[in-house]
Design a protein around this ligand. Structure first.
Ligand SMILES: Cc1cc2nc3c(=O)[nH]c(=O)nc-3n(C[C@H](O)[C@H](O)[C@H](O)COP(=O)(O)O)c2cc1C
Length: 339
């Protein structure tokens, strides 16, 4: 049986050389608090390209300064960010990776000075600030910020955009009834709670015709919260809008106890894939080539996202290839010690 982990994955006009994705991970490394790419980002991401990761998705990158998780986040809220991002994209592509970026707004989870915003004025926990309820104008401005960010991502030559709709950040806060208690057309029933994401997707697609991923938290782990079944419906709507892949994570909308084990989120990716007929990515405690291969062979997901394992080992694809008994290309400088 052919090894699927190292089969290419074609999506729209983009060919990813294998099914291994570096999951977005905030580096909190913009020391000047200006959101501009630093040497750290260039070293960190390029190392994973040298390590033969198929697709690298840059960390949550803020579409407005107020949408940062911390002052040290990467930003894409202004044209001054484009040069650094362009250089980073060129470096990742030079070593054969496909370049993606996660566009994000932290909403009520922003840990910043000044006002923070959210669909409803409910703090995440007792230590967090109470956000300001977003007005219709705030909503329209934020949608426009996602669109401008997408345009800048295109200028910087990214291949793939992922919208961060997970982990209790702004888009997720609109989707979940636990954080969205609005009485207008952006709150209430599922169609209304989906409206903010729907309008972001529509708006982004006016400037971006490349592959579009959305990361979701497919389970709120709360009796009144959202379940994978709710996300099947959202995924069907996203598919209708032309979203190409759902990157399936879970949790963090409200504080909750979650039982985690290798592959604990994979069933959510499988359910969304099977019931909404859309490609998915699986993530969460996937650390071995055999496990990644099992997910793909059994059609549980189409791409495998790794986060912490790629922090520990930038050359994980090589290790996985050895485990699965295949040889993969090395950067030519490393050929003598690779296979
Ligand atoms: C340091 C760190 C930063 C993270 N930052 C992000 C982020 O910017 N966006 C996001 O969607 N998930 C983020 N995550 C979550 C990861 O992408 C991933 O979903 C999670 O760590 C589970 O995968 P793993 O078990 O392979 O680490 C982060 C995780 C870590 C460890």
């Amino acid at each position: 049986m052919a090894v699927k982990l190292f089969e290419p994955y074609a999506i729209k006009n983009v060919d990813i050389k294998n099914r291994i994705v570096m999951s977005p991970m905030c580096m909190y490394s913009c020391g000047n608090k200006d959101g501009i790419v630093t040497d750290w980002h260039k070293t960190h991401y390029t190392s994973r390209a040298v390590g033969q990761v198929g697709l690298i998705i840059l960390e949550a990158t803020a579409v407005t300064p107020q949408g940062r998780i911390s002052p040290y986040d990467l930003g894409i809220w202004s044209d001054k960010h484009v040069d650094g991002l362009t250089e980073l994209v060129q470096m990742m592509k030079a070593y054969g990776s496909t370049a993606g970026i996660q566009l994000a707004h932290a909403g009520r989870k922003a840990e910043l000075e000044g006002d923070i915003i959210a669909p409803s004025p409910i703090a995440f926990n007792e230590k967090s600030k109470t956000p300001k309820e977003m007005s219709k104008i705030d909503i329209q401005e934020t949608i426009a910020a996602f669109k401008l960010a997408a345009l800048r991502a295109k200028k910087a030559d990214f291949d793939i955009i992922e919208l961060h709709g997970a982990h209790g950040y702004l888009i997720n806060e609109f989707l979940s009834p636990l954080s969205n208690q609005r009485n207008d057309e952006y709150g209430g029933n599922p169609e209304n709670r989906y409206r903010f994401l729907k309008e972001i997707i529509t708006s982004v697609k006016t400037v971006w015709d490349g592959p579009l991923f959305v990361r979701v938290s497919a389970n709120d782990y709360h009796p009144e919260g959202l379940t994978p079944e709710d996300y099947v419906q959202f995924a069907k709507w996203m598919k209708e809008q032309g979203v190409d892949l759902i990157d399936v994570s879970s949790g963090a909308v409200v504080p909750a106890r979650i039982s985690v084990f290798p592959g604990y989120q994979v069933p959510f990716a499988q359910e969304i894939k099977e019931k909404a007929h859309i490609d998915t990515g699986a993530v969460g405690l996937i650390t071995s080539g055999l496990h990644a291969e099992e997910i793909l062979q059994n059609n549980r997901a189409d791409l495998v996202f790794l986060a912490r394992e790629l922090l520990r080992d930038p050359y994980w694809p090589r290790k996985a290839a050895r485990e699965l008994g295949v040889q993969i290309d090395a950067p030519k400088q490393y050929e003598s010690g690779w296979n």
